[in-house]
Ligand binder design. Sequence first.
Ligand code: HEM
Length: 423
Amino acid sequence: DRPADRPADQPAACPAAAPELFTWEFATDPYPAYAWLREHSPVHRTTLPSGVEAWLVTRYADARQALADSRLSKNPAHHAEPAHAKGKTGIPGERKAELMTHLLNIDPPDHTRLRRLVSKAFTPRRVAEFAPRVQELTDRLIDRFVAEGKADLIHDFAFPLPIYAICDLLGVPPEDQDDFRDWAGMMIRHGGGPRGGVARSVKKMRGYLAELIHRKREDPGDDLISGLIRASDHGEHLTENEAAAMAFILLFAGFETTVNLIGNGVYALLRNPGQRERLQLALGSGESGLLETGIEELLRYDGPVELATWRFATEPLTLGGQDIAAGDPVLVVLAAADRDPERFEDPDTLDLARRDNQHLGYGHGIHYCLGAPLARLEGQTALATLLTRLPDLRLAVEPTDLRWRGGLIMRGLRTLPVEFAPG
Ligand code: HEM
C-alpha cells in the first residue's frame, strides 16, 4: 500500500511511528510524514540529504510567525556553518557573488530598497497588460500537440510556458528564447543532471543577462529590464549587477514554481474528477469565480514550493516551544502548514470553492512572492485553456508510475503523460 495508491480524496493518515524523511516514498507523498511532524514534533531538528542540520517548522501558526520574524535572516552569512552549507541553499550558481545579492538572500534595509525599486517596474498593471500575450503563448503550445491525442504536459506545456512568458516580459528577443529554455531545462534537471552542465548554463545565462542589460541601457524599450534600469527611488537606481541579479531571480523564482503550479494543479484535478467537473461547468458558463478560488486552493493543497527558502537565526529564539540557537538554519515547510487541521477545515480535501483560504503557498511577510500576480495569471490561463480545449483530458499512466522530483525546496512531477481526443 504505497502512498501514491491512496485515492486522492482520502485524508493522509498520520502514521503511528516517526516517519523517514527524504526517501522516495516521502517525495511521492510527503503529507502523512508532515501530519506526524505537526502532531509530535512541530519544530523538528533533522539532517538534510546535503548533510546540513536544520529545523523544520510544520504548524501553520509557527510557520506564519517564522516567515515574518526579523530574527530569522535570509543572509547565508548568518549560518553557523557557512562553509559547510556553501552552494547548498538551493539556487544553482549562488556562489557567484554577482548573483548573490538578490531579494531572497538579503534583509532590510537592502531588501527594502531593492524590493521598492523592482516593484516600480514589475507592477500589477504590467502583469495585467500581459494577459493577452500569456493567452497567445498558451494556445500556441497547445496547438503544437493537440492533433496528437497525447502529450507530456510537463515537457510540452508546463515547462515552456513560464520560460517564454518571463523571457517576453523581461525583453529577451524571440530568437534567443530557445537558448533560455535550454539553460533553464538544465537548471531544473539539477537533481539528477550533470553538475558541470548546470554551472555552464548559469554562466551562459549570467553572461547573456549582463549583455542584455547593457544593450537595454543604450536602447531602452517598454520591457521589464528597461523598467528595472529606469526605476528610481529618491534618486537611487539599481546598479548593473543588481539589475542582473534581479533579472536572474525573477527567472529563477518564477520558472520552476510555475511549472509545478500547472503540473501539480492539473494532476490534482485529474485525481479529483468531481472538482474538475465543477470547474469545467463553471468555465463553460463563463463564470470565473471558481477558477480564481480554485487556483488558490491548488496552491494550498499541493503547492509548488514545499519548503520556503532558507532562514538563519541571528540570535537564540524560541519557536513553537523549541529553543533555536543563533546560526541555526530554519526551514518553514509551507506544504505542511497549508494542511494544518488547526487552520483549515478538512485540510486533505481539495475544495476549489474554499473560502477563508489564507494559505502560505506564496510565503508571508516582507519576502511574500513578488510574482504572485503573474503566477495567478499564468496558472488561471493555463488551467482554463487546457480544460476548455481538451475537455476529456485524462492521465495516460497509473498515478503510481509518476515520478516526483526529489528536490528540497520545490515539489513537482518529472513528467505528466496525458491523453485526450485529438483536436
Ligand atoms: C518569493 C512562491 C511564482 C518571483 C516567493 C516565496 C514563495 C514564492 C513561497 C517566498 C519565499 C521565502 O519567503 O522564502 C511562488 C509560487 C509561484 C511563484 C508558489 C508560482 C505559482 C513567481 C513568479 C515570479 C516570482 C512568476 C516572478 C516572475 C518571486 C520573487 C520572490 C518570490 C522575486 C522574492 C521576494 C522577496 O524576497 O522579497 N515566491 N512564487 N515568483 N517570488 Fe515567487
